[in-house]
Ligand binder design. Structure first.
Ligand code: SF4
Length: 289
């Protein structure tokens, strides 16, 4: 494991550090890690623990990210590491986000070479996905710069929980993003994800204004974020940015620590789509077949 000095932290008294890569702004004692488990204070300096550490890689259809209006029909080399800065009890990728999976070390040059080799199979670039890429920041940044130099595209599939400054530095190398807007209430974000809705909204707004291709995903969970009023309020906000932003309304299935509620009824998703279509041109249902 290559421990690499992290970006975006300040040194405090008593060998503590404060990370400001994401809005948690963790204060971390010597020897401890932040909420994401991916950044550790070692002797009063902050280090990344997941630089180049890959848990999953696959050549996926771009629609699987999901991105439906960005090079449709193409493939994208998809990679992820471990850790997450949210604690969603319904996590669909908990084994890499919250567990200790096996990793394979790959340098940025190695990753970009592999992506270039895969062009013969229809690959257009690299998607940083499967777990939260913003807490893999230093590696994603190095790979994205190199990939851009080689004519590859960069895609982030993210929860949008990243501080403004690191986001601004990464956006010039980012071509497309799928950002989760997990709900449209402060309470859902604070109780279920352990985060703040306003920070995610700020990320979405910044990315759209920067001209990055943005699609949004909401996992609709029975009894938690499925009220039509909430969905309407969210769509009104999205349409204020652009009615061209695609929205994916995805079906929930019981998973990880959220086993106490049923899969989302199809009728709920269809009603949500009707509301969303009042505001947005492109609304898709996910996980339905
Ligand atoms: S990136 Fe990790 S260590 Fe840094 S503030 Fe966020 S959760 Fe804390």
């Amino acid at each position: 494991m290559e421990k690499k000095l992290a970006k975006y932290f300040n040194k405090l008294e008593d060998s503590r550090v404060q990370c400001f890569l994401c809005p948690h702004h963790c204060v971390i004692r010597d020897g401890s890690t932040g909420i994401c488990r991916a950044r550790q204070n070692i002797g009063g300096e902050l280090y990344t623990l997941n630089y180049g550490e890959i848990t999953s890689m696959a050549l996926d259809p771009i629609e699987k990210k999901p991105l439906y209006r960005f090079y449709p029909g193409s493939m994208i080399f998809s990679v992820g590491t471990f850790g997450c800065n949210f604690k969603c009890s319904f996590c669909q990728n908990w084994s890499i986000a919250h567990d200790q999976p096996e990793t394979l070390y790959v340098t940025p040059q190695g990753l970009v070479s592999k992506a270039l080799e895969l062009k013969a199979s229809g690959n257009i670039g690299i998607a940083y996905t499967y777990n939260e890429p913003s807490i893999w920041y230093e590696y994603v940044y190095d790979c994205a710069r190199l990939a851009r130099e080689k004519g590859l595209l960069n895609v982030l599939v993210t929860n949008g929980y990243i501080s403004p400054e690191p986001l601004e530095q990464l956006l010039p190398y980012t071509d497309a993003m799928n950002i989760d807007v997990k709900a449209y209430t402060l309470s859902f974000y604070s109780k279920i994800c352990g985060g703040k809705l306003e920070s995610v909204n700020a990320t979405v707004e910044k990315c759209v204004k920067a001209g990055v291709h943005v699609e949004l995903t909401t996992l609709v969970i029975p009894g938690l974020n499925d009220s039509l009023e909430e969905i309407e309020e969210m769509c009104r906000w999205i349409s204020g940015l652009s009615e061209e932003i695609p929205l994916h309304l995805s079906r929930f299935f019981p998973n990880y620590r959220m086993l106490d509620r049923p899969p989302t009824p199809r009728s709920t998703l269809e009603n949500a789509r009707k509301i969303a279509q009042k505001y947005l041109k492109y609304v898709y249902l996910g996980n339905v077949w």
